[in-house]
Ligand binder design. Structure first.
Ligand code: PLP
Length: 451
């Protein structure tokens, strides 16, 4: 039988349950419930197989920065597929889409981040980074510098390497992660872990854990520190203002390579092209994916500074993926960047809609269930709490209230995610003020239904 959008939802769900294994899901639970079938999307709105329209406050998985349904990207993909659907970049060949995209990324990226190594995803790009920073130090005659310091609760991907860089305990509990020589320090989550300290004191204390770790492990053994400028999947943890300047100072002092994982923060999400600009960080390598193509094609990569690229280029780096610099994905990404630029989506978003969203989002703290509300650009979170003043946690299993709230949002036609008892948003950057009103109304209603 031909399977189409027009089949009854239950039949589609049954087929899905029979043959499709979902990421990060309990398959039995999901098949009992039936996955929601999304059939099309436009702007910030998803339509499901029952014709219900949902406001997607997560931009898919933090990626559809430009919004759904841009025909220009489909046209570019079709044209590129006809002209050159595939060729590799391994054996002394290249092609125009990858040349043009690399040139554009070098232009957009701050400082001397002028060189791009491509991957098919953020996970693959972070795997590249592990090998690249270790190879860099080995080539510089310092092969003992192999430890990469990361943070608890960080998310850097799901492959064995990137999942090891990440600090998600449930991921480390399965499949033998982490690989050797990855070390995790605490995250700057003041709301949950700040105790009696002010956010500023706490930010400094958490940043200084990096220095303590370097001293403990030995400066001659540490290759790099990796972090998301703002931790995304860990719950949109906006660090106190003291945090990043201190991290930057420590990386400079000990000559530790700094990798900014911009997979979520990149391409306008925080109000600038890159989160490193918003947070005033000077990374040696930036991981990119998601917003690079607004999710229209799978593509990721590492944007590398002159010094690291020079060392890596001087040796044969035995690394790469069949789809490194895939021509169709590169052409789609380039078109996405053209639209973001020509329509001034990043600048207009930052100047007009982001301040409006911030005001409305922060006003959610008036709700009795909401403790802190944090938002930078278009990534925000609220902490659910039974007692704001005490910054208390719910007695139930962590995440129970968040899960219920997410389900209420879903029923109220709003896609919001939960991480434990934090609710998070990351809408397309093209969301309008009236769509923001709808988002906030539905969030409010859902919170009311949990209270
Ligand atoms: N890095 C960060 C910060 C992410 O949020 C993600 C995905 O959510 C990744 C890396 C992994 O990217 P991908 O899912 O494309 O492999």
């Amino acid at each position: 039988a031909i399977i189409t959008n027009h089949m009854p939802t239950e039949e589609l769900q049954a087929l899905d349950a029979a043959h499709h294994m979902h990421p990060f899901s309990n398959g039995d639970e999901l098949s009992a419930k039936g996955a929601r079938v999304i059939t099309r999307a436009k702007g910030v709105t998803l339509t499901d197989s029952e014709g219900v329209e949902l406001l997607d406050a997560m931009a898919g998985l933090w990626c559809v920065n430009i919004g759904y349904g841009r025909d220009e990207l489909a046209d570019v993909a079709a044209r590129q597929m006809r002209e050159l659907p595939y060729y590799n970049t391994f054996f002394q060949t290249t092609h125009v889409p990858v040349i043009a995209l690399s040139q554009r990324l070098a232009e957009l990226a701050p400082g001397d981040l002028n060189h791009v190594f491509y991957a098919g995803s953020g996970s693959e790009a972070n795997d590249t980074n592990i090998r690249m920073v270790r190879t860099y130090w080995a080539e510089k005659g310092k092969p003992t510098k192999s430890i990469i310091i990361s943070r608890k609760n960080a998310y850097h991907g799901s492959s064995v390497g990137s999942g090891s860089l990440g600090g998600m305990t449930p991921m480390h509990a399965q499949g033998g992660l982490p690989i050797p020589d990855i070390h995790h320090i605490n995250q700057p989550n003041w709301w949950a872990e700040g105790g009696d300290m002010s956010p500023e004191e706490f930010g400094l204390a958490r940043a200084r854990e990096l220095e303590e770790a370097i001293n403990e492990l030995g400066e001659d053994r540490v290759a790099a520190f990796i972090a998301e400028p703002i931790q995304g999947a860990g719950g949109v943890i906006v660090p106190p203002e003291t945090y990043w300047p201190e991290i930057q100072r420590i990386c400079d002092k000990y000559e530790i390579l700094l990798i900014a994982d911009e997979v979520i923060c990149g391409f306008g999400r925080t109000g600038n092209w890159f989160g490193s600009q918003t947070l005033n960080i000077r990374p040696h390598i930036m991981t990119i994916a998601k917003g690079l193509s607004s999710g229209y094609a799978p593509i990721g990569g590492s944007i590398v500074c002159d010094e690291v690229a020079e060392v890596i280029n001087a040796c044969e780096f035995n690394h790469g993926y069949t789809y490194s610099g895939h021509p169709v994905a590169a052409a789609v990404a380039l078109e996405n960047l053209r639209i973001l630029d020509e329509e001034k989506i990043v600048e207009k978003g930052a100047a007009e809609t982001a301040p409006y969203l911030k005001e409305k989002w922060e006003a959610l703290t008036d709700h009795p269930l909401v403790g802190e509300a944090k938002i930078v650009g278009f990534m925000g979170s609220i902490a659910l709490t039974p007692d704001k003043a005490a910054r208390a946690k719910f007695a139930s299993d962590p995440g129970t209230v968040g899960y219920i709230c997410r389900e209420r949002c879903f029923a109220n036609k709003l896609v919001m995610r939960h991480v434990g008892d934090r609710m998070i948003i990351s809408p397309p950057l093209v969301i309008s003020k009236s769509e923001i009103d709808t988002l906030i109304d539905r969030a409010h209603q859902s919170l009311d239904e949990c209270y």
